[in-house]
Design a protein around this ligand. Sequence first.
Ligand SMILES: Cc1ncc(COP(=O)(O)O)c(C=O)c1O
Length: 342
Amino acid sequence: MSDKLLLDFRSDTVTKPDAPMRKAMYEAEVGDDVYGEDATINQLEAQGADLLGKQAGLFVSSGTQANLIAILTHAGRGDEYITGDHYHSYFYEAGGAAALGSVVPCTLPVNEHGQINKADMLAAIKPDDSHHPISRLLCLENTVNGQVQPADHLTDLCDTAHQNGLSTHLDGARLMNAAIASQQPAAHISKGCDSVSLCLSKGLGAPAGSLLCGSDEFIRKARRWRKMLGGGMRQAGVLAAAGQYALFHNVERLKEDHDNARQLADKLGAIDGVDINLQQVDTNMIYMYLPADKVADLPAYLRVKNIIISPAKKGFRLVLHKDIPASEIDRLAVGVHAYMAA
Ligand SMILES: Cc1ncc(COP(=O)(O)O)c(C=O)c1O
């Protein structure tokens, strides 16, 4: 353990492409993807569709773009999408679906596990009445704040949505974390969803890119939205190669991040005054709560120890990823211990 390595716990999005991933990018076969001629992208899209159990895939620039394209493809002007009140597709995507597609969000509270309640969802679906927006889409998420959403729960919500005439989308930015933690194939977890997105640039370690998967017909329409949103990239096979490398080499290793999160959570939870909800630590995220007068100064205190955490109003979110090796996680526990004792 040395303080030389910068430990950045803000997010798994901070992971950097390593040498073998960069080599794969360097060697990627490329072409103009808007003409459908980028062999690496074509391959990655097919691999993504296979992994997620859908007919077709689309390589897009980001998780936000994947969700936006999905919502715009499923729903139109004056339609509504039902989602969790803190799910990313509503709370952290700048209102894109409403601003760019006039799709109205209908948000529901989620429970302490990040789950939407089925009765709440049913109550939110509007009758066919000219006063209401048309309930068109259910938008789910997995993981939610690092918490795995059980496959049965998601499938039940999706089945109920379908019975009521809605389509379903899963924001699976961290779906592979859920798959590894629950030891279930990603395709099984997302089987009830008409479309599913997966980020390659979070724990999987690629520098950019997400996959959006669904039926052939859905992806055909989604491709048009991607173009309209300015997301038709050209020789982006260099990025797709990083995504392919991530899917081959970085999925199984997510377990290390989950193990590190669990170990670190235990250590932090043992410090006087530090509150950790261990039940919440399913994958690579920990939420850490301190007494109110201790919250403001912790990030600056740790920064001089070469540790970055995001500032917090209440709970600090700590995210484990491949650029924080197991050998270094004690540095955060030692730092928080010293801070609390000071
Ligand atoms: C659950 C979830 N969905 C979507 C996104 C959006 O991904 P991007 O930052 O690639 O737009 C994020 C980003 O952190 C996320 O956490």
